[in-house]
Write a protein that binds this ligand. Structure first.
Ligand SMILES: [Zn+2]
Length: 392
C-alpha cells in the first residue's frame, strides 16, 4: 500500500513545491519532498506537470448527479459522493433541508448506512442540519411549512437519535436559540447562524454561546436595517466585526465580484470556507429539477449555471462543483491560487475540527489529494491513498 505521486507542483497550501513528490503509505502521507525521490515498491502516479493539492472539503452540500441527500435512499448518498469526487471533493458534510422530523430521522439513518459503504466517493464528515429553526422572513428556498422555533423536546430527541450530526444551522434571534447553541457546543457540534434577521446584539449573544460560523454569508441573512431613525447592524456586519468564520457560495452567481472581494479583504483566507451548497442539479444538464426530496421538494429551474425558483425571484441552491469555486475566486475575486486552495482545504478542515488529519499535504495527514491543471480541471482524486477518480 505504497504510493508515490511525482512530477507536479505541490500546493501544501502554505507554499508551492515545484517538481515535487508526495509519498504515501497505508493511506497516510509519509512525506512531501522536492524533486523525484526514490520510494521502493511504490505504485507511481505521474502528475504530468499538473498541480497536486489537498482534496477539496465542502462543508455545505445537498446533492449532485441528480440526487439529493433527502431522497430517502442510500444510493443518493453514494452517488452524490461519487459525482463531486469527479470535481476534486474528497470530504463533504451532507446537508438536509427543513423538513418533517420523520424525514430528518430517516436521513440520519441512511447516513450511517451510506457512510459504511462509501468506497468510491468523497468521504462524509457527519451531517449538517440546515433548519428547521429559521426566520420565516429569511427562508429563501426553505419550505415555509416546516420552519419553526427551537423546541428542546424536539432537538433533544434528534440529538439522542443520532451521533452523526456535526453541524447545525439556525437563526439566533428566535426564542430558545441561545439555549440551543449552548447545547450544541456542549455536544461538540458546530453551530452556525443562518436564514436570520438578527441584529448585531443578537449575533454577539449567539457568538458567545456557541455560534461560530455564518452560513452562506449574504444569502438569506440581515444587513443594515432601520427602525424609525436608528440604524442597526445585521448578521452580515456582525460576521465581519466578530472573529466568526464565514462560508460563501463562490459559484460566481450567488455573490458578484465586488462582494467576493470585500469578504476576502475583510475575513482573509483563514476565515473563509468555499462551499457549493449544491442541489441535485450539480454535474447535470440545465432544465427543470427539484430542490429537496423527490417526495416533498420544490420545483425549480436550472439556468445560467444556477437553480432558481420558478418565478425567478430567488436562487434555489447552486449547481456548482468545488473546482468551479476555486476558479471563481481566482478569476472574479483576483485571489491567488494558494489562498483559493486554502479556502477549500485547510480552512474548512479547521472549521469542522478535522485539521489534525485533513486539509494540507504534510506528513501524518490522510492522503486526500487532488491533481488538476492550470484551469483547475480535475485529473485525479485520491481519498486516503486510493484513486477514486481518474480522468483517462
Ligand atoms: Zn444549503
Amino acid at each position: 500500500m505504497r504510493l508515490k505521486i511525482t512530477n507536479g507542483t505541490i500546493i501544501t497550501p502554505f507554499r508551492y513545491i515545484r517538481n515535487g513528490t508526495v509519498v504515501i503509505e497505508n493511506g497516510v502521507i509519509l512525506g512531501v519532498h522536492e524533486g523525484n525521490i526514490d520510494f521502493a515498491d511504490a505504485t507511481v502516479i505521474n502528475a504530468g506537470g499538473n498541480y497536486i493539492a489537498p482534496g477539496f472539503i465542502d462543508l455545505h452540500i445537498h446533492g449532485g448527479g441528480g440526487h439529493d441527500f433527502m431522497d430517502g435512499s442510500e444510493e443518493a448518498f453514494l452517488k452524490i459522493a461519487e459525482t463531486h469526487a469527479r470535481y476534486g471533493t474528497t470530504a463533504m458534510v451532507p446537508t438536509t433541508l427543513t423538513s418533517e422530523k420523520e424525514d430528518l430521522l430517516e436521513t440520519l439513518d441512511l447516513y450511517e448506512k451510506a457512510n459504511a459503504n462509501n468506497h468510491k466517493g468523497a468521504q462524509f464528515l457527519g451531517m449538517h442540519l440546515e433548519g428547521p429553526y429559521f426566520a420565516l422572513s429569511q427562508r429563501g428556498a426553505q419550505d415555509p411549512r416546516y420552519i419553526r422555533n427551537p423546541d428542546p423536546k424536539e432537538y433533544e430527541e434528534v440529538l439522542a437519535y443520532s451521533s452523526s450530526i456535526t453541524r447545525w444551522s439556525a437563526a439566533p434571534e428566535l426564542p430558545g436559540a441561545i439555549a440551543f447553541g449552548k447545547r450544541l457546543r456542549e455536544k461538540g457540534i458546530l453551530a452556525a447562524v443562518a436564514h436570520t434577521d438578527a441584529i448585531y446584539e443578537e449575533v454577539l449573544d449567539a457568538y458567545e454561546n456557541g455560534y461560530t460560523l455564518a452560513t452562506h454569508l449574504y444569502s438569506a441573512m440581515s444587513g443594515v436595517t432601520r427602525k424609525n431613525a436608528f440604524r442597526y447592524a445585521g448578521t452580515i456586519e456582525s460576521a465581519f466585526l466578530l472573529d466568526m468564520d464565514v462560508e460563501i457560495i463562490a459559484d460566481g452567481v450567488h455573490l458578484p465580484a465586488p462582494l467576493l472581494k470585500l469578504i476576502y479583504k475583510i475575513k482573509g483566507a483563514d476565515r473563509i470556507a468555499l462551499i457549493t451548497d449544491a442541489m441535485r442539479g450539480a454535474g447535470m444538464p440545465e432544465g427543470e429539477s427539484t430542490l429537496g426530496s423527490l417526495k416533498n421538494g420544490l420545483k425549480v429551474i436550472i439556468e445560467d449555471g444556477v437553480a432558481k425558483l420558478p418565478d425567478r425571484t430567488s436562487f434555489a441552491g447552486s449547481v456548482s462543483t468545488a473546482d468551479r469555486l476555486v476558479r471563481t475566486m481566482i478569476k472574479m475575486a483576483d485571489v491567488s491560487l494558494l489562498d483559493a486552495i486554502r479556502m477549500i482545504t485547510l480552512t474548512p478542515a479547521r472549521i469542522m475540527g478535522v485539521d489534525k488529519t485533513k486539509g494540507s499535504l504534510v506528513a501524518g495527514k490522510d492522503a486526500d489529494i487532488v491533481i488538476f491543471d492550470e484551469d483547475i480541471r480535475v485529473k485525479k482524486t485520491i481519498v486516503k491513498g486510493r484513486i477514486i477518480f481518474n480522468q483517462e
